[in-house]
Ligand binder design. Structure first.
Ligand code: F6P
Length: 319
């Protein structure tokens, strides 16, 4: 192993820069040449690649987004696209690759590994939707962004005696809603893993109002129900004015938390260590306090477990 490449792919996540920095610096520490591939698999196909040095990753550990930029490449999913990518890797003499992204990016890394390129995946997504790892890079920062928003929205909600539905991201995973809901003291948390009942939300609101509650925060994970239709239903059934806030991409930005920076640094360094041991087709993760690694095939088969106990706790604490 002489030359490795690093790319970030899929939705960006706070902490990706810290992971890139760890890959570049530990790669150089191990005597490797490190190439930065811009715009994920799209940039790989296009040969948008340049050598990185210690200074290329200076002043980025605290920055959100990804300085390598990212993309969702449809072309890379085709045999032809992957063929082009393999040629580019050969031209640049890249024999090892660190892919920082989510499950789609890992599938791409696995395909390249099967074609003989040594690849290691590092989980970077705010969704925390990868079952093999306790946490993905970016999740902690995202939930902190959400709880900051909840606090602000609660101020105005209380002043007016209203309810507010806050829609959060997560794709098909309820972790952002669940963790932010518990940490933000939400009255109701609606997640894809649990059955949704508008009546249960309304009942909670009426109970709260009857004991003098001045606000109600309803955290709604995306893709479950239209938040505006839900707010109309709540207003009709309870008489409580209900506003909607869709947090959107604000959840993907911002300076990474200390947790995400540390996780990203450890994972990026581990990925390089695996490449120097000629390992391939593996992903790095965290279980408890330990950085783990396992085959991509195996990792992608592990179903994401929803923390039902934590969900029940949000209900108990918001009675
Ligand atoms: O996977 C990260 C994520 O932010 C999801 O939570 C969300 O559903 C999706 O990406 C949004 O994607 P885009 O930025 O392409 O609209």
């Amino acid at each position: 192993m002489k030359t490795i490449g690093v790319l970030t792919s899929g939705g960006d996540a706070p902490g990706m820069n810290a992971a890139v920095r760890a890959v570049v610096r530990s790669g150089i520490f191990h005597g490797l040449k490190v190439m930065g591939i811009k715009q994920g698999y799209k940039g790989l196909i296009e040969g948008n690649i340049e050598e990185m040095n210690l200074s290329s990753v200076a002043d980025i550990i605290h920055r959100g987004g990804t300085t390598l930029r990212t993309a969702r490449s449809e072309e890379f999913k085709t045999d032809e696209g992957r063929g082009k990518a393999l040629n580019v890797l050969k031209v640049f003499g890249i024999d090892g690759l660190v892919v920082i992204g989510g499950d789609g990016s890992f599938r791409g890394a696995n395909a390249l590994s099967k074609e003989g390129i040594k690849t290691i995946g590092v989980p970077g997504t705010i969704d925390n939707d990868l079952g093999y790892t306790d946490y993905t890079i970016g999740f902690d920062t995202a939930i902190n962004t959400v709880i900051d928003a909840i606090s602000k929205i609660r101020d105005t909600t209380t002043s007016h005696g209203r309810a507010n539905i806050i829609e959060v991201m997560g794709r098909h995973c309820g972790d952002i809603a669940l963790y932010a809901g518990l940490a933000g003291g939400a009255e109701s948390v609606i997640v894809p893993e649990e059955e949704f009942s508008a009546d249960a939300v309304c009942k909670k609101l009426i109970k709260g109002r009857n004991r003098g509650k001045l606000h109600s925060i309803i955290i709604l994970a995306e893709h479950i129900v239209n938040p505006y239709e839900l707010s109309e239903e709540i207003e009709e059934k309870t008489g409580i004015t209900t506003r909607v806030t869709i947090l959107g991409h604000i959840q993907r930005g911002g300076s990474p938390s200390a947790f995400d920076r540390i996780l990203a640094s450890k994972m990026g360094a581990k990925a390089v260590e695996l490449l120097t041991s000629e390992e391939t087709g593996r992903v790095v993760g965290v279980k408890g306090n330990e950085i783990i690694n396992l085959p991509i095939d195996e990792a992608l088969k592990i179903e994401n477990k929803f923390d039902k106990n934590m969900y029940n706790l949000t209900k108990i604490l918001s009675i």
